[in-house]
Design a protein around this ligand. Sequence first.
Ligand SMILES: [Zn+2]
Length: 281
Amino acid sequence: MRAHSGLLMQGFRVLCAVACALVVSAGTVAAQDGEGVKVPRKSIFNNLVSADSVEKSAALQYSQMTRQAFQQRKLLDANDPRTQRVRRIAKDLLPHTKKFNDRSDKWDWEVNVFDSPTINAFCMPGGKIAFFTGIIDKLKLTDDEIAVIMGHEMGHALWEHARERTAKVNMTNIGSRVIGGLLFGQAGELVGAAGSSLAALKFSRNDETEADLIGMELAARAGYDPRAGITLWQKMSKAGGGAPPQWLSTHPSGQTRIKTFQDNLKDVMPLYERAKAARNG
Ligand SMILES: [Zn+2]
Protein backbone atom coordinates (compact mmCIF):
# COMPACT_ATOMS: atom_id res chain seq x y z
CA MET A 1 0.00 0.00 0.00
CA ARG A 2 2.91 2.30 0.61
CA ALA A 3 4.56 2.39 -2.76
CA HIS A 4 1.86 3.83 -4.93
CA SER A 5 -0.20 5.99 -2.72
CA GLY A 6 1.14 5.08 0.68
CA LEU A 7 3.26 8.13 1.22
CA LEU A 8 0.57 10.33 -0.09
CA MET A 9 -2.09 8.75 1.99
CA GLN A 10 -0.07 9.36 5.09
CA GLY A 11 -1.36 12.88 4.86
CA PHE A 12 -4.87 11.71 5.23
CA ARG A 13 -4.03 9.41 8.02
CA VAL A 14 -2.55 12.27 9.94
CA LEU A 15 -5.72 14.22 9.55
CA CYS A 16 -7.25 11.02 10.36
CA ALA A 17 -9.66 8.76 9.15
CA VAL A 18 -12.24 6.56 10.28
CA ALA A 19 -9.49 4.20 9.96
CA CYS A 20 -7.68 3.74 12.96
CA ALA A 21 -7.84 1.64 15.90
CA LEU A 22 -8.48 2.14 19.45
CA VAL A 23 -7.55 0.13 22.34
CA VAL A 24 -6.92 2.23 25.35
CA SER A 25 -9.99 2.95 27.35
CA ALA A 26 -10.64 6.51 28.32
CA GLY A 27 -9.93 7.90 31.73
CA THR A 28 -12.27 9.31 34.24
CA VAL A 29 -12.39 13.05 33.84
CA ALA A 30 -16.02 14.05 34.03
CA ALA A 31 -17.58 16.16 31.37
CA GLN A 32 -18.39 19.71 32.34
CA ASP A 33 -22.07 19.09 32.68
CA GLY A 34 -21.73 15.63 34.15
CA GLU A 35 -23.37 13.97 31.17
CA GLY A 36 -21.93 12.15 28.22
CA VAL A 37 -18.63 10.44 27.66
CA LYS A 38 -15.60 10.76 29.90
CA VAL A 39 -12.60 11.95 27.91
CA PRO A 40 -9.46 12.95 29.76
CA ARG A 41 -7.77 16.15 28.68
CA LYS A 42 -4.05 15.63 28.44
CA SER A 43 -1.53 17.20 26.26
CA ILE A 44 1.00 19.33 27.99
CA PHE A 45 2.61 19.30 24.58
CA ASN A 46 0.06 21.66 23.20
CA ASN A 47 1.79 24.54 24.94
CA LEU A 48 4.66 24.15 22.51
CA VAL A 49 2.67 24.97 19.41
CA SER A 50 -0.03 27.60 19.26
CA ALA A 51 -3.50 26.53 18.21
CA ASP A 52 -3.66 29.57 16.01
CA SER A 53 -0.64 28.60 13.93
CA VAL A 54 -1.86 25.05 13.42
CA GLU A 55 -5.32 26.22 12.43
CA LYS A 56 -3.96 28.83 10.02
CA SER A 57 -1.80 26.22 8.33
CA ALA A 58 -4.73 23.87 8.09
CA ALA A 59 -6.92 26.56 6.56
CA LEU A 60 -4.29 27.28 3.94
CA GLN A 61 -3.84 23.65 3.06
CA TYR A 62 -7.56 23.06 2.93
CA SER A 63 -8.10 25.96 0.55
CA GLN A 64 -5.30 24.64 -1.67
CA MET A 65 -6.86 21.22 -1.65
CA THR A 66 -10.34 22.41 -2.50
CA ARG A 67 -9.06 24.72 -5.23
CA GLN A 68 -7.08 21.94 -6.80
CA ALA A 69 -10.00 19.55 -6.56
CA PHE A 70 -12.26 22.11 -8.18
CA GLN A 71 -9.84 22.57 -11.07
CA GLN A 72 -9.74 18.82 -11.59
CA ARG A 73 -13.51 18.51 -11.32
CA LYS A 74 -13.15 16.43 -8.19
CA LEU A 75 -14.95 18.80 -5.87
CA LEU A 76 -18.64 18.08 -5.62
CA ASP A 77 -20.89 21.00 -6.34
CA ALA A 78 -22.77 22.67 -3.50
CA ASN A 79 -25.99 21.45 -5.11
CA ASP A 80 -24.91 17.82 -5.15
CA PRO A 81 -27.18 15.80 -2.86
CA ARG A 82 -24.17 14.28 -1.10
CA THR A 83 -22.69 17.67 -0.31
CA GLN A 84 -26.03 18.93 0.93
CA ARG A 85 -26.53 15.86 3.06
CA VAL A 86 -23.11 15.98 4.69
CA ARG A 87 -23.42 19.73 5.31
CA ARG A 88 -26.85 19.30 6.89
CA ILE A 89 -25.50 16.68 9.30
CA ALA A 90 -22.49 18.88 10.12
CA LYS A 91 -24.83 21.75 10.87
CA ASP A 92 -26.73 19.57 13.32
CA LEU A 93 -23.56 18.56 15.17
CA LEU A 94 -21.88 21.96 15.31
CA PRO A 95 -23.92 23.50 18.15
CA HIS A 96 -22.59 20.75 20.43
CA THR A 97 -18.87 21.15 19.78
CA LYS A 98 -18.18 23.92 22.25
CA LYS A 99 -18.27 21.55 25.16
CA PHE A 100 -15.13 19.93 23.81
CA ASN A 101 -13.29 23.02 22.64
CA ASP A 102 -14.45 26.46 23.67
CA ARG A 103 -12.79 28.07 20.68
CA SER A 104 -14.73 25.97 18.21
CA ASP A 105 -17.57 28.44 17.82
CA LYS A 106 -15.06 30.92 16.42
CA TRP A 107 -13.81 28.50 13.81
CA ASP A 108 -14.70 28.99 10.19
CA TRP A 109 -16.11 25.50 9.70
CA GLU A 110 -16.13 24.18 6.15
CA VAL A 111 -17.54 20.93 4.77
CA ASN A 112 -16.83 19.57 1.31
CA VAL A 113 -17.21 16.28 -0.49
CA PHE A 114 -14.43 15.12 -2.82
CA ASP A 115 -14.88 12.74 -5.69
CA SER A 116 -12.52 9.94 -4.77
CA PRO A 117 -12.97 6.18 -4.34
CA THR A 118 -10.98 6.24 -1.13
CA ILE A 119 -12.90 5.18 1.96
CA ASN A 120 -11.96 8.09 4.14
CA ALA A 121 -12.93 11.35 5.77
CA PHE A 122 -11.12 13.90 7.90
CA CYS A 123 -11.42 17.15 9.77
CA MET A 124 -8.40 19.43 9.80
CA PRO A 125 -7.57 21.66 12.75
CA GLY A 126 -9.94 24.59 12.88
CA GLY A 127 -12.90 22.66 11.47
CA LYS A 128 -12.05 21.95 7.83
CA ILE A 129 -13.98 18.82 6.97
CA ALA A 130 -13.65 16.52 3.97
CA PHE A 131 -15.69 13.47 3.05
CA PHE A 132 -14.76 11.30 0.08
CA THR A 133 -17.46 9.87 -2.14
CA GLY A 134 -15.85 6.47 -1.60
CA ILE A 135 -16.85 6.28 2.04
CA ILE A 136 -20.38 7.53 1.42
CA ASP A 137 -21.14 5.39 -1.62
CA LYS A 138 -19.20 2.19 -1.00
CA LEU A 139 -20.41 1.81 2.57
CA LYS A 140 -23.91 3.06 1.73
CA LEU A 141 -23.81 5.18 4.84
CA THR A 142 -26.95 6.08 6.72
CA ASP A 143 -27.34 9.58 8.16
CA ASP A 144 -26.60 8.17 11.61
CA GLU A 145 -23.37 6.60 10.36
CA ILE A 146 -22.30 9.80 8.65
CA ALA A 147 -22.98 11.63 11.92
CA VAL A 148 -20.79 9.21 13.86
CA ILE A 149 -17.96 9.56 11.33
CA MET A 150 -18.39 13.34 11.26
CA GLY A 151 -18.34 13.45 15.04
CA HIS A 152 -15.21 11.31 15.14
CA GLU A 153 -13.35 13.59 12.74
CA MET A 154 -14.60 16.68 14.53
CA GLY A 155 -13.36 15.05 17.73
CA HIS A 156 -9.79 14.97 16.44
CA ALA A 157 -9.96 18.68 15.65
CA LEU A 158 -11.72 19.62 18.88
CA TRP A 159 -9.28 17.65 21.02
CA GLU A 160 -6.42 19.13 18.98
CA HIS A 161 -4.72 15.85 18.18
CA ALA A 162 -2.83 17.26 15.20
CA ARG A 163 -1.49 20.05 17.35
CA GLU A 164 -0.37 17.57 19.93
CA ARG A 165 1.29 15.34 17.35
CA THR A 166 3.02 18.35 15.88
CA ALA A 167 4.41 19.42 19.19
CA LYS A 168 5.55 15.93 20.00
CA VAL A 169 7.64 15.52 16.90
CA ASN A 170 9.04 18.98 17.41
CA MET A 171 8.67 20.14 13.88
CA THR A 172 9.73 23.60 12.90
CA ASN A 173 7.64 24.01 9.83
CA ILE A 174 4.15 23.13 10.90
CA GLY A 175 2.34 24.19 7.83
CA SER A 176 2.89 22.07 4.85
CA ARG A 177 4.54 19.22 6.59
CA VAL A 178 1.96 18.55 9.22
CA ILE A 179 -1.06 18.97 7.13
CA GLY A 180 0.34 17.60 3.94
CA GLY A 181 -0.40 19.01 0.54
CA LEU A 182 -3.04 17.17 -1.34
CA LEU A 183 -2.98 16.23 -4.97
CA PHE A 184 -4.80 14.09 -7.41
CA GLY A 185 -2.91 11.15 -8.73
CA GLN A 186 -2.94 10.04 -12.31
CA ALA A 187 -5.65 7.54 -11.61
CA GLY A 188 -7.81 10.35 -10.41
CA GLU A 189 -7.51 9.23 -6.85
CA LEU A 190 -7.34 11.92 -4.26
CA VAL A 191 -4.09 11.59 -2.46
CA GLY A 192 -2.01 13.61 -0.08
CA ALA A 193 1.49 14.69 -0.97
CA ALA A 194 2.98 14.45 2.42
CA GLY A 195 6.46 14.87 3.75
CA SER A 196 8.20 11.88 5.18
CA SER A 197 7.74 13.19 8.70
CA LEU A 198 4.06 12.66 8.42
CA ALA A 199 4.40 9.03 9.26
CA ALA A 200 5.46 10.05 12.73
CA LEU A 201 2.36 12.16 13.08
CA LYS A 202 -0.09 9.36 12.76
CA PHE A 203 -2.73 9.59 15.42
CA SER A 204 -2.28 7.27 18.33
CA ARG A 205 -4.73 4.58 19.32
CA ASN A 206 -5.64 6.66 22.31
CA ASP A 207 -6.39 9.59 20.00
CA GLU A 208 -8.72 7.32 18.07
CA THR A 209 -10.53 6.26 21.23
CA GLU A 210 -10.96 9.86 22.25
CA ALA A 211 -12.27 10.80 18.82
CA ASP A 212 -14.72 7.90 18.88
CA LEU A 213 -16.03 8.92 22.30
CA ILE A 214 -16.41 12.58 21.36
CA GLY A 215 -17.97 11.58 18.07
CA MET A 216 -20.61 9.36 19.58
CA GLU A 217 -21.61 12.09 22.00
CA LEU A 218 -21.82 14.77 19.31
CA ALA A 219 -23.98 12.48 17.21
CA ALA A 220 -26.21 11.64 20.16
CA ARG A 221 -26.67 15.26 21.20
CA ALA A 222 -27.61 16.13 17.62
CA GLY A 223 -30.26 13.40 17.59
CA TYR A 224 -28.36 10.81 15.55
CA ASP A 225 -28.27 7.24 16.81
CA PRO A 226 -24.82 6.57 18.32
CA ARG A 227 -25.36 2.84 17.87
CA ALA A 228 -24.54 3.54 14.23
CA GLY A 229 -20.91 3.34 15.29
CA ILE A 230 -21.38 -0.41 15.55
CA THR A 231 -23.00 -0.91 12.15
CA LEU A 232 -20.43 1.41 10.65
CA TRP A 233 -17.56 -0.75 11.77
CA GLN A 234 -19.32 -3.90 10.69
CA LYS A 235 -19.67 -2.38 7.24
CA MET A 236 -16.05 -1.32 7.19
CA SER A 237 -14.88 -4.78 8.09
CA LYS A 238 -16.97 -6.26 5.30
CA ALA A 239 -15.76 -3.67 2.82
CA GLY A 240 -12.32 -5.16 3.28
CA GLY A 241 -13.24 -8.41 1.58
CA GLY A 242 -10.23 -10.30 0.35
CA ALA A 243 -8.06 -7.20 0.25
CA PRO A 244 -8.36 -5.16 3.41
CA PRO A 245 -8.54 -1.42 2.84
CA GLN A 246 -5.62 0.58 4.06
CA TRP A 247 -7.23 1.59 7.29
CA LEU A 248 -7.89 -2.00 8.23
CA SER A 249 -4.58 -3.38 7.10
CA THR A 250 -2.72 -0.92 9.24
CA HIS A 251 -5.01 -0.99 12.24
CA PRO A 252 -6.89 -4.25 12.26
CA SER A 253 -9.01 -3.76 15.30
CA GLY A 254 -12.51 -2.99 14.18
CA GLN A 255 -13.79 -5.35 16.86
CA THR A 256 -12.06 -3.29 19.51
CA ARG A 257 -13.69 -0.14 18.23
CA ILE A 258 -17.08 -1.78 18.22
CA LYS A 259 -16.50 -2.74 21.84
CA THR A 260 -15.69 0.86 22.71
CA PHE A 261 -18.99 1.95 21.23
CA GLN A 262 -20.84 -0.80 23.07
CA ASP A 263 -19.15 -0.04 26.38
CA ASN A 264 -19.91 3.68 26.22
CA LEU A 265 -23.40 3.70 24.77
CA LYS A 266 -24.91 3.97 28.23
CA ASP A 267 -23.33 7.41 28.62
CA VAL A 268 -24.82 8.82 25.44
CA MET A 269 -28.10 7.00 24.83
CA PRO A 270 -30.01 9.27 27.25
CA LEU A 271 -28.69 12.28 25.30
CA TYR A 272 -29.83 10.69 22.07
CA GLU A 273 -33.28 9.82 23.42
CA ARG A 274 -33.71 13.35 24.70
CA ALA A 275 -32.60 14.93 21.42
CA LYS A 276 -34.84 12.62 19.45
CA ALA A 277 -37.84 13.41 21.66
CA ALA A 278 -37.19 17.13 21.30
CA ARG A 279 -37.01 16.78 17.54
CA ASN A 280 -40.20 14.78 17.33
CA GLY A 281 -42.06 16.73 19.95
ZN1 LIG B 1 -9.55 8.97 13.70
